[in-house]
Design a protein around this ligand. Structure first.
Ligand SMILES: Cc1cc2nc3c(=O)[nH]c(=O)nc-3n(C[C@H](O)[C@H](O)[C@H](O)COP(=O)(O)OP(=O)(O)OC[C@H]3O[C@@H](n4cnc5c(N)ncnc54)[C@H](O)[C@@H]3O)c2cc1C
Length: 436
């Protein structure tokens, strides 16, 4: 049995950020199930293509975070890119966000959307919407809801939107007023949370390496999964050993944590989707000046396609293609690849192109379904676990919708309030020198 003050489960950005900010002199051990660090921010390379587990673009609202990371990425080229994203609708690409750019739709669709939006917003929300779908109808009217907002989000979440809370997407849903829509017709302003993004030439893993550079290599064990937790005795078990901890920081999915603690039954109200991601490399260039496109069409298998090759102006089309599935599905990539390629031909992205290399990954969970039951369960169970020294952090530990930057901020806040006197510089401040 090994004793450790802070045991961290998971070496994605959350677990690594906690370890990095606790500092190299802290008594920390990080266990990661996979053979590699990074979690969903891992990068794969094939035939000269660089791909992430899915397009992972970085939207930093806090410059200090980015500066801290960049100071630890010597020699890495990082591009800051102004986002060009669209919705494929009828015969055209409409600027994102859809709700602000209905004037770009074919005339009949535009009239229907504007008409329904006007009367929906005139009527006000009336009774408070009970769920996400009701909110879409109440705020945006039937036409916008049915033409884009519902089909797109149903493909993504792989569930009826009546199962999601009104605020299921938090700040990631771009809300607009009628006034915004009308103003945008003459003075386009499509800024949203991800109006610009940064991306390193060697992929998202460059940021992971920056975090890892602040963690002692001996404090990390790869290929070691936690298989059981005795939260009363504060002991974690793996195939390789047993660890007695003072507190445990878990970034594994919350239902998984509950199961390992022997409380799996509590997870029953939680649901989520899975995203099957195809990374596809072709022999020649595709469309330029676009970073990703949303596809609401139910007959197409994918809901979003992104273009890695337009970040560093590469001369071969390099795509990530995302497909949403419910949590029970067991999608076979070999079966879905031909459907994806057919769909890409249908929408005109693949023409004479030859597929040179591909890779797929199933993200499970990918988007959690946030509703009153999931929020109440998480609040109750995580408070009970915290009283036993178990802290569930990260996108899936918190069971939320968030970005990598949010994960870093959350890790920083945790270290500030729990790091103790022995913690390191405990903050993403560019001026905080590199620890030993
Ligand atoms: C399709 C998709 C696209 C996204 N795109 C973006 C984007 O463009 N920009 C952005 O900012 N964010 C994006 N995100 C969100 C981003 O991926 C997450 O916020 C972030 O990667 C979460 O990091 P984490 O460390 O909390 O979790 P994870 O990355 O899931 O890390 C958890 C780690 O725990 C390990 N683990 C699990 N169980 C065990 C166990 N029993 N024992 C040991 N280890 C275990 C896992 O192997 C994993 O490495 C996207 C998410 C999805 C699903």
């Amino acid at each position: 049995m090994q004793d450790v003050e802070t045991l961290i489960v998971g070496g994605g950005v959350t677990g690594l950020a906690v370890a990095a900010l606790l500092g190299k002199s802290a008594d920390v051990l990080l266990l990661e199930r996979e053979a590699e660090l990074g979690g969903y921010c891992r990068t794969v390379r094939r035939e000269g293509f660089t791909w992430d587990y899915s397009g992972h673009f970085f939207h930093f609202r806090h410059r200090r975070l980015e500066e801290w990371l960049r100071a630890r990425m010597p020699g890495e080229e990082v591009r800051t890119v102004t986002r060009r994203s669209f919705i494929h609708f009828a015969d055209r690409w409409v600027d994102f966000p859809f709700q602000k750019n209905i004037h770009q739709l074919p005339q009949q669709d535009f009239i229907e959307c504007l008409h329904d939006l006007y009367f929906a917003q005139q009527a006000g929300e009336g009774e408070t919407p009970r769920h996400f779908e009701e909110m879409l109808f109440a705020r945006y009217g039937r036409a916008m809801a049915e033409k884009f907002l519902i089909p797109y989000n149903e493909k993504l979440y792989a569930t009826p939107l009546s199962r999601l809370d009104v605020h299921a997407m938090g700040r990631f849903f771009p809300h607009v007023s009628l006034e915004d829509v009308v103003r945008n017709m003459r003075t386009p302003d499509n800024a949203s949370y991800n109006a610009t993004f940064t991306y390193p030439r060697s992929g998202a893993s460059a940021y992971v390496q920056a975090l890892a550079s602040e963690v002692r290599p001996e404090a990390v064990r790869l290929g070691e999964a936690v298989t059981r937790l005795d939260v009363e005795a504060r002991i974690a078990e793996t195939e390789q050993g047993r660890y007695r901890y003072r507190r445990l920081v878990s970034s594994m999915p919350f239902p998984h944590l509950l199961r390992l603690c022997g409380r799996g039954d509590e997870a029953a109200p939680l649901s989520w989707n899975q995203v099957l991601v195809f990374n596809l490399g072709f022999d020649s260039k595709g469309p330029r000046d676009v970073h990703w496109v949303y596809y609401p069409q139910r007959e197409l298998p994918f809901y979003r396609v992104g273009f890695y090759d337009n970040i560093f102006d590469a001369d071969r089309m390099s795509l990530y293609v995302e497909l949403g599935f419910d949590r029970e599905a067991r999608p076979d990539p070999e079966v879905h690849l031909p459907r994806v390629l057919d769909g890409l031909r249908q929408v005109g992205l693949v023409r004479e192109h030859r597929l040179v290399a591909w890779h797929s990954v199933l993200m499970n969970p990918a988007y959690v379904h946030i509703n009153a039951a999931s929020t109440a369960l998480h609040e109750r169970s995580s408070a009970e676990l915290e009283a036993l020294g178990v802290f569930s952090l990260g996108r899936y530990g918190r069971w939320t919708y968030c970005s990598i930057e949010d994960n870093l901020l959350e890790a920083e806040a945790w270290v500030r309030s729990h790091g103790g006197a022995r913690a390191g510089p405990s903050g993403f401040h560019p001026e905080s020198g590199k620890t030993g």
